[in-house]
Design a protein around this ligand. Sequence first.
Ligand code: IVH
Length: 706
Amino acid sequence: MKPPMNKPLDIDQLTPLEARALHVQLVEQIAAHDIAYHQKDAPVISDAEYDALRQRFEAIEARFPELVGTGSLFGKVGAAPSEKFAKVQHRVPMLSLGNVFSDEDAAEFVERVRRFLGAGAQQDIAFTAEPKIDGLSCTLRYERGQLVQAATRGDGYEGEDVTANVRTIAEIPHILRGDFPENMEARGEIYMRRDDFAALNERQLEAGDKLFANPRNAAAGSLRQLDSSITAKRPLHFFAYAWGELSAPIADTQMGMIAAFHSWGLPTNSETVLCTSAKELIAHYRAIEESRAALPYDIDGVVYKVNEISLQQRLGFVSRSPRWAVAHKFPAQQAITLLRGIDIQVGRTGALTPVARLEPVTVGGVVVTNATLHNEDEIARKDVRIGDSVIVQRAGDVIPQIVAVKLDKRPADSQAYSFPHVCPACGSAAVREVDGKGEMDAVRRCTGGLVCPAQAVERLKHFASRNAFDIEGLGDRQIEFFHEKGLIKTPADIFTLELRDSDPASLVKIRNFEGFGETSVRNLFASIRSRRSVALNRFIFALGIRHVGETNARRLARHFESFEALRVVARAAGEEASEARAELKNIEGVGDVVAEALADFFAEPHNEQALDALLREVTPVPMEAVAAASPVSGKTIVFTGALERMTREEAKAMAERLGAKVAGSVSKKTDLVVAGPGAGSKLAKAETFGVEVISEDDWFVRVGAE
Ligand code: IVH
């Protein structure tokens, strides 16, 4: 790589033409240095020289603003608007992985697996260790050996149909060879090699197109092209490492599955090894970490998986991640930059969150301009001040963080930061609540509730967001815009927008606003219309009730099956001692805190009004019955006494997987008690209530696991 410029030109003297040429050159150089530094671990220039390059780049853009965005380093991925892809419901959810960052936590994962399975000291449990490919996951469905559908992960339950694009990826077979099952879904990672990424960015630059920030973004942008002939020109690759629906069992182990994929012609990763202890796993992690730069593709950690598929099945899932696998991530990457300011954002529950505004800096190949400062106490603990030089850290997809302040660089006149006690959006007092134990909440909250416009906007954003109503074309920016124009104030307004807009008497027409054409307005209305019926769990989650995240929304949807049923019980749950409160608390995973939050939400007249208006526009539909075929689905089960074939935790997880609810105590509503030796009062109670009691062995027979 050549040094930046032999004779630096004076930016102030540049003609527009010279500026354009220099701008292009700098973009190219900076991108190349980023790659050299962050991906090849082989910087060619010193940090000071690199900073000088960036300063020149910024100075040019400051003097010639028309150049901003042309081959910009900060360019967004050229992703097509997703509304154009058809949705695909995953037959088996595509879940994610939990992360660990230290050797201790990796060892704790192994221990947790052993504990859950009740493994004795003599029993070896084998794990695979595979590189964690930094791309995007994709599922490939083969029927009778033919590739019939490919989909992205999406929210894990619903992805996008990218079949036409995936068919252009040379190494993905259209037809399998060998002895494959009738139907089979192979899952894995689509990625771009580093050298291909650099070459692609060079071509983008020449064509005056946007640059991709890293190989993962380039792979994602390439796959999500509406025109598959563009994808065909992008060098994409694939590794198979997991599976969805299988019409017949294929292998007993993870290793066996990978071998099967390979034998059918699917690419698999050859760096995968088998280990039987945390020590071996960690040793392999170290080895991969060392050889990381020599691999032709980016990896961001090592994935450990229990090898035996029967054990994977026993371990099951917690929320969105398997108990039988974990990602051991590589350490975060860091950089030093200047803290220009601290903004206070107001979330949908009124939480005041400080956000650091930073002098842009490249951390691990991505330009970072904002970082989280968590809360008031964190700022005080680290004594972070505006004007400080700070260490910024980025790990995986998490929001960048400020790790520490470089005190030696602190300006002499700096002042300690004082956190505001009023909401910056509505001026209401912002307070820190004290809980029942007298402990002060770490979060300061705006007390403005329904009058606070920031909370209203955040609630609307949440309502329309991907895992909630998922309204295409109604992203954060559009919500802010419509809210500011007074067109959307409550969720129901989203659904009346079209009618109001088409009213001949209405003076404001959305299509006349800047940035909205006829077509985009038509598309927006169509996507809003398509969400007039929505799965009950999404509906509940969209309401943004405190402590009701996606998992609890699913639990509630499964338990109540209709919104009205939930509403009746939650309305009656105001009293702590009420039967309704007890019913809520008895739902697995819904404790005191959630039950109280539900009662509070439904006790608020404004919420009730907003709900009535919304329900006039929208119909929540029951969630697809989970494991409807299971003989225990919908039943309430109590395990008691000593269990000999599985641990207590496993029993509970197994019952839940089969669609049953597990309760801690026996009541009239209990359907089944599974009693082991030594069962006491619960067994007696079951007998008084006439509840069926079976043994642990009977349980396995009942659920067909024998
Ligand atoms: S297994 C149910 N194995 O990492 C578990 N994932 O952070 C399914 N990934 O969504 C995932 N390499 O996109 C698995 N060898 C590997 C992987 C891998 C990369 C990605 C995948 C997943 C994400 C979770």
